[in-house]
Every structure is written in structure tokens, then in C-alpha cells.
Design a protein around this ligand. Sequence first.
Ligand SMILES: Cc1cc2nc3c(=O)[nH]c(=O)nc-3n(C[C@H](O)[C@H](O)[C@H](O)COP(=O)(O)O)c2cc1C
Length: 317
Amino acid sequence: MRLILAPMEGVMDHNMRDLLTGINSFDLCITEFVRVTDTLLPNRVFYRACPELLQGGKTANGTLVRLQLLGSHPEFMARNALRAVQLGSPGIDINFGCPSKTVNKNRGGAILLREPDLLYAIVRAVRAVLPPDVPVTAKIRLGYEDKSLFLENARAIEQAGAAELAVHARTKAEGYRPPAHWEYIGKIRENLRIPVIANGEIWNHRDARRCCEISGCSDLMIGRPSLVTPNITTMIRYAVNPMQWHNVLQLIHQLSDLDRITDKWQYLPARIKQWLNYLRRAYPQAQNLFERIRILRQTEPVLAILESDLAAITIPR
Ligand SMILES: Cc1cc2nc3c(=O)[nH]c(=O)nc-3n(C[C@H](O)[C@H](O)[C@H](O)COP(=O)(O)O)c2cc1C
């Protein structure tokens, strides 16, 4: 089974990737999306989205990181894809799933699922400019308003030369509302020859097994669950419980250390609150910590609370 760490804009940056790949066994990460319009982006945009480019396109522990592009202009998607690969990205993933209003208004993300021909043109153009051994992959939802084009879209992407396809099993209109419709992923997998990666609502070992059974996939992509229970790949692979709260606290502290040495330091309070917001689905202690730091805006007092919580914990032997 391959497990892939999902792209999550505004959350899953390179420090979070370092942290999560450090304690898990992910096979691949996809970056947050880089938005392409009608220009060739400066190199710094690619380095910002994917600092791993400077270390062979891998996280600190050696997990491959593939850069994701979002846009609708085939020629500029291709030119930017080539630049990203020249800078060291070991592949290109194309985002056809983003539900954001602003992004969709500018003809990016899920709105393109209404135009299979355009999906084809974009993937084809990107495929055509990259060396044959560099994979071009794509991520879709099941549709925009409805699911009527789900198979046509998937086929268009395969025919254009994509090496694999990740499917978030909901339409744009369905947002993030459960359930994820894994049975549609199964229909796509039956009709395609390239590997299909199942995504959406895989929170634990049981979900993973059910998703594999229903979709027939052996490759899974995991987004929010990796933030809710950070040892997610061990949970999925070995049916273990979520890690203990004191280990989670240590991870949050490690994130603050990583952020300290990058330009993320001032955003740390917001970032910790954002993470606690996910963690409280699994840990009542996260809710408690969230309430104690909720009104704090500065990094130092937030860290002081975190450190005193850590100091108060007697780590079981
Ligand atoms: C805050 C947030 C940001 C996301 N950003 C991206 C993104 O940049 N690119 C992308 O393809 N999907 C993005 N997604 C979708 C996730 O990759 C994933 O498909 C979705 O969360 C469902 O999977 P999950 O149930 O494992 O979280 C984002 C989702 C969330 C919640």
C-alpha cells in the first residue's frame, strides 16, 4: 500500500511536511498549489512553495515531494511545469479539485471539471514539455455541480498522458461534507490503466480497509487525518491507536522550532491554533489548550504555555 500526504494550502507547508514525514511512512508528498496565470513565475515562487527543491526534491527524511500547479492556460502551465522540474521537482501534479470561489472564478481548480477537453489540453501540454521519466499526475474531485462527467474527466487525464490520478471522492458542491463516495473511485479505477489514488475521509485503519475494498485501490492519499492524528500512517498500516497527547505536544513544540528558523515565526500562534482546531477532533486536551491560547496574538506567550504544559507532563516509561 502506498500512502501519500495530501496537498493542503495554508497548512501543509514544508515544515509540516518535515514533521509528519519524520514520524510516518509516507511514500510521497504533494505541495500546496502554485497558482499559474499567464506568466512564467519567478524561481522564488517555486522555492517558497517547495523549499525541498534545494535538497533534491525530498523532505529531510528522504520522502519525495512533488510540486502541484493550478491553472487553466495549457501553455503557461507547461512552461511553469518545466521550470519547476528544472529547479528540481521530481514530478508535477495538477490541481483540478480546488473548490475556492476566488480560484474557481479565475478558472482554476474544480471549475475545470466541467471541461474535459481542457483537462486533456492542460495535461497534454505539461506532459509534452517534460522529460519522459518525470511523472505528470493530476488530482480531481468527482465533478463540479454533479458527477455526470467523472469518468470522462478521468479518461481525458489518462489519455493526455498522466502517470497517475488522485481522486477526492466528492464534487465541488459537496465540499467537505461526509461521506466520500469511494464507489465512484472504484468505477474510475476499473476504467483506467494508470494507478488511481483514493482520497477523502480515510481517518483510520478501518476506513482505509473499507476504502480499499470499495474502490479496489491500494494507494491512498491522506489530508486532514494526518493533522488530527499525526501518527496516521502507523494507524493505517498497523491498526495502532492515535499517539499519546504528550507526544503530540512535543510535535507542536518541534514545529515551533522549525518555524523559528524560517520566516514563519510570527505566524506561529495562528498556526498552532489552526492545528489544534484539527487535533481537537481526536484529543480533548487540544480543545483545552486552544481555549487557553485563543486570545493570544504574540508567539512568546503561546510558547510559554506550550512549554509549561510540556514540563508538567510526566512521560510514561
Ligand atoms: C485547508 C485545506 C487545503 C487544501 N489545499 C489543497 C491543495 O492545495 N491542493 C489540492 O489538491 N487539494 C487541497 N485540499 C484537498 C485535500 O488535499 C484533500 O483532497 C481533502 O482534504 C480530502 O481528503 P482528507 O479527507 O484526507 O482530508 C485542501 C484541503 C483542505 C482542508
